[in-house]
Ligand binder design. Structure first.
Ligand code: EZ4
Ligand code: CO
Length: 402
């Protein structure tokens, strides 16, 4: 089953996506997501210039060996660009293996461990009143879990609060726009938001919140304590996670569960967090953490330490990534939650897929392979547009974590 072609498709149906399509001599094709928000062309070049030439002629059936070849064989290991490129190849090869076997990929991973994949939606709005209306909308659509983000009085713009309701899109300009941050204003405001939302929606709705890496460990510990009465399912990315041992301090002070991992690339980014049980959910994704092959290793290590999955699923992860994530989500024993931000109609049209939402669950495709493709003709009508994530400054002008 020789690989005879692999091409990188960059398209912007509302936002930029990078997709790898691999083709075998027998005419079987597979797709993989390689999108790295704001750094799309770096991954496209890594694939086109360095990976694709070495793929031609290789056996598409050798998924593990190809993974090792691209990881160990490159000498330069890890990092988001490298690991997104490896992920795209790995995902495409799993797609091909499923199609050849005539089975959906989750069957190759051991079959179902559950009936559906619980997802969470994003309620975001400027005020507490408006955000309650947004939460109600998600509850009406059948969601069992909702992430809640609001504006912060005194700050012009806040992470997580956008113009569109179903499609929060932070990459908004070619050169990064500048947002403003105040930890004091934030810590003062957020507990009241959750008091109100919990009061209005009762104990059965799962509530989540994304801090987006902006606090120090002791500040995060304080926020976790203040939120304890409202029983959050998780507090996400409380602090930047380069310093894994920093989470110990948060852990010592609060029982609010902690989720982290959307910027992780390999198991080495979270092995201490997992082994020392410093987190509750690991949120790494297929596209940024080396594909199905490597993400499953991360989830297996997590399973040994009472850590569950909670994969990232924002709009910058294409339907190809979502399709792949769902096959993993439905098969692993320690699934927690899957983030699900809907894509625009243009994106859904470029990436035809057969996973579906019903009653608060996403269901993976039952088709052989991943059950997702890219319409290359349609994709060609949406050329790349430069778009960067914003940067963030404190009120005195200091550059802060975005
Ligand atoms: O900022 O996907 O949980 N979701 C998030 C997202 C991320 C973007 C970065 O590309 O934190 O909004
Ligand atoms: Co996040």
């Amino acid at each position: 089953m020789k690989i005879i072609d692999a091409r990188v498709i960059v398209t912007c149906p509302g936002r930029n996506f990078v997709t790898l399509k691999v083709e075998t001599q027998e005419g079987v094709t597979g797709v993989g997501d390689a999108t790295l928000n704001g750094r799309e062309l770096a991954v496209a070049s890594y694939l086109t210039d360095h990976v694709v030439p070495a793929l031609i002629g290789r056996d598409a059936a050798r998924i593990e060996d190809t993974w090792q070849y691209l990881y160990r064989g490159a000498y330069w290991r890890r990092g988001p660009v490298t690991m997104s490129a490896i992920a795209a190849v790995d995902t495409a090869l799993w797609d091909i293996k499923g199609k050849v076997a005539g089975l959906p990929v989750y069957q190759l991973l051991g079959g179902r461990s559950r009936d559906g994949v619980t997802v969470y939606g994003h309620a975001n709005a400027e005020s507490v009143e408006q955000v309650c209306a947004e939460v109600a909308r998600y509850v009406e659509m059948g969601y069992r879990a909702v992430r809640v983000q609001t504006g912060i009085p005194g700050l012009a713009a806040t992470y997580g609060v956008g113009k569109d309701k179903l499609f929060y899109e932070p990459a908004d300009a070619a050169i990064p726009t500048e947002a403003q941050w105040s930890t004091d204003r934030y810590l003062h405001h957020i507990p009241g938001v959750f008091a109100r939302v919990r009061d209005e929606f009762g104990p059965n709705l799962k509530l989540l919140h994304d801090v987006h890496h902006r606090l120090t460990p002791i500040e995060a510990a304080r926020l976790g304590q203040l939120l304890e009465p409202y029983a959050l399912t998780w507090m996400e990315d409380p602090v930047p996670a380069e310093l894994q041992e920093g989470f110990r301090l948060i852990r010592q002070h609060t029982t609010t569960p902690i989720a982290v991992g959307e910027v992780f690339n390999t198991v080495w980014d979270c092995q201490q967090l997992i082994r020392e049980q410093l987190i509750d959910y690991v949120r790494a994704t297929v596209v940024h953490a080396g594909g199905i092959t490597h993400l499953r290793r991360i989830f297996d290590l997590a399973a040994l330490h009472h850590v569950r999955s909670g994969s990232h699923g924002a709009t910058d992860l294409s339907p190809v990534c979502m399709a792949a994530a769902l096959h993993l989500d439905v098969s692993i024993p320690n699934f927690g939650l899957q983030e699900y931000m809907r894509h625009t109609e243009a994106t859904d049209a470029v990436f035809p897929h057969t996973y579906r939402f019903a009653d608060g669950y996403l269901h993976p495709s039952e088709e052989p392979g991943l059950g997702v493709d890219i319409d290359e003709e349609l994709a060609a009508g949406y050329p790349y547009r430069p778009a960067s994530l914003p940067v963030n400054r404190l009120e005195d002008g200091t550059l802060h974590h975005w």
